[in-house]
Design a binder for this molecule. Structure first.
Ligand code: DCM
Length: 136
């Protein structure tokens, strides 16, 4: 089994918590849609290491990786996606591979899910993400 590990990167801004979303530039089917940034772990690679590597490559940020979100997504027979909470230790996110980046609160996130602006596979995390964004 191979894994895609996505990062739910949070920041505190003026007493509210925001989540980082990244806009895909490929493939055609999902280009323009927004996702939790991340990517495939190499064979045998620790998943937290994989997420740190991917976010450094894609966004030029160094992150601390925390616990996992509850839901896992089966992308294909041999490919499962999971997500981990993360926060930035160093750097400011830049869209190296993505079309754009944005920080959202719970209302923005839920609106984007309703209007089909999220990558479909990531929709499963919206309730948990929104709950944490509201709680903090
Ligand atoms: N993927 C996804 N949601 C994410 C990250 C990735 O659905 N937040 C999917 C898209 C691809 C696969 O995982 O099928 C590998 O992603 P990438 O092309 O970014 O390496």
């Amino acid at each position: 089994m191979r894994y895609v590990v996505a990062g739910a990167v949070l920041r505190e801004r003026g007493g509210t918590t925001e989540l980082l979303l990244a806009q895909r530039s490929y493939p055609e089917a999902v280009a323009g849609l927004w996702e939790l940034p991340g990517g495939k772990a190499e064979d045998g690679e620790d998943l937290a290491d994989a997420l740190r590597r991917e976010l450094l490559e894609e966004l030029e940020i160094t992150v601390e990786v925390g616990a996992g979100l509850a839901e896992r997504v089966v992308l294909r027979d041999d490919l499962t996606m999971l997500a981990r909470w993360a926060r930035i230790l160093r750097g400011t996110p830049h869209a190296v591979e993505h079309r754009g980046l944005r920080w959202v609160g719970p209302d923005d996130l839920e609106r984007m899910a309703r209007t089909g602006e999220l990558v479909p596979a990531d929709e499963v995390w919206v309730p948990e993400l929104a709950a944490v964004l509201r709680d903090d």
